[in-house]
Design a protein around this ligand. Structure first.
Ligand SMILES: Nc1nc2c(ncn2[C@@H]2O[C@H](COP(=O)(O)OP(=O)(O)OP(=O)(O)O)[C@@H](O)[C@H]2O)c(=O)[nH]1
Ligand SMILES: [Mg+2]
Length: 332
């Protein structure tokens, strides 16, 4: 059997081999072995928003593909997992999803990668079927002091989306008191997660999207009466003050990158930024983003009554897909 050099094992993210194909045969969609795989792994502390992000970004990718007259089709196993663990709680029960269990536990649904067909594209690599694989990760595993071998696939990802929870920042949290409902769960220290991530990656440096999640909360800071936050977040000229919709532009992304980086520095996360710079000497492999899956803070266990209004959620994924020649422009 001929296997494309661009096809990856959806579990390990390594080059697909004949043995993998025999092992995974019932999981792989038609054309997968001859296609191009794009592999994405989530990272971040507990409750940083990884699973909600997946729940929302899948819906957005579906709409994006639609605009480009391309299919966005999950495999049947993916459809089942997505429906049960992401779509149903979020879009039907309109409630939050529970913490993702450790990959070592029996009910670790995230051990099953999410596989989607992205359609047929002509890129500099030729004409191929393209596939997207997304793997969710439990914050619990990334915060663990003892290495979790199940996470080794992360080092071979094409893209790691590392979520940074602004509510972890004491100053942000105290400024927001009274402006948004208090969040119930709290995760661990992002600096520990980053160190553990470097441990998992060893020498490898997949593209890293350092992403401030729950950006709706940071935007609330622009409503404060005064202070430095008001100046930054209340500035209507900032790239972070607007969502560009289906449009994805390099020039706009450069601004988002720079503004998010300086925002993180303001949030007392300078050490994190320094560590990232030291750990990622090739600055092309690291980029900063800001997203909100919900668009506004949930109230207790429930979503806000106005529903879900995602903000800039596609940006990190489009960074990868754009560079691979997919979804350029805005579609129809
Ligand atoms: N305000 C706001 N809160 C959010 C947003 N996304 C997630 N949250 C909050 O963060 C909590 C955790 O989100 P999850 O997506 O379950 O977090 P996770 O990173 O998957 O956590 P683990 O599975 O434990 O690793 C949610 O229950 C929400 O309260 C957002 O876009 N805005
Ligand atoms: Mg989760």
């Amino acid at each position: 059997m001929e296997i494309s050099e661009f096809a990856r094992d959806p579990e390990t993210f390594l080059q697909l081999t004949e043995r993998d194909v025999a092992r995974l045969s019932d999981q792989l969609p038609d054309g997968y072995t001859q296609g191009v795989t794009h592999t994405v792994a989530m990272a971040g502390a507990r409750a940083s928003g990884k699973s909600l992000y997946i729940g929302v970004v899948v819906k957005l990718l579906e709409q994006l593909a639609n605009r480009f007259d391309q299919p966005f089709a999950p495999t049947s196993a993916t459809r089942t997992v997505y429906r049960e663990h992401y779509e149903r709680p979020l879009f039907e029960a309109m409630s939050l999803m529970g913490a993702t269990p450790s990959s070592r536990s029996e009910d670790a649904y995230q051990n099953q990668p999410l596989i989607f067909r992205l359609g047929r594209w002509t890129t500099p690599r030729g004409e191929h079927d393209h596939f997207l694989v997304i793997r969710d990760v439990a914050g619990e595993d990334l915060e663990s002091r003892t290495p979790v071998p199940q996470l080794n696939f992360m080092g071979s990802a094409d893209l790691i989306i590392f979520l940074f929870d602004p509510l972890q920042v004491h100053q942000v949290k105290s400024n927001l008191k009274g402006l948004i409902p208090e969040q119930l769960e709290l995760g661990g220290d992002p600096a520990v997660v980053l160190e553990n991530l470097f441990g998992i990656l060893q020498g490898r440096r997949p593209r890293l999207a350092v992403t401030v999640s729950k950006f709706d909360t940071v935007q609330q800071l622009g409503r404060l009466k005064d202070g430095q936050w008001k100046q930054v977040m209340g500035n209507p000229g900032s790239s972070l003050a607007r969502d560009t919709g289906w449009d994805y532009r390099e020039s706009d992304q450069r601004l988002v990158h720079l503004e998010t980086q300086s925002l993180l520095t303001m949030m007392d996360a300078r050490q994190l930024v320094n560590r990232l710079q030291a750990g990622y000497p090739d600055s092309r492999a690291i980029r900063y983003f800001a997203v909100s899956s919900l668009g506004q803070a949930p109230v207790g266990e429930e979503l806000a009554r106005e529903g879900i209004a995602p903000y800039r959620c596609l940006d990190p994924v489009r960074w990868l897909l754009w560079d691979n020649g997919l979804f350029r422009g805005t579609g129809s």
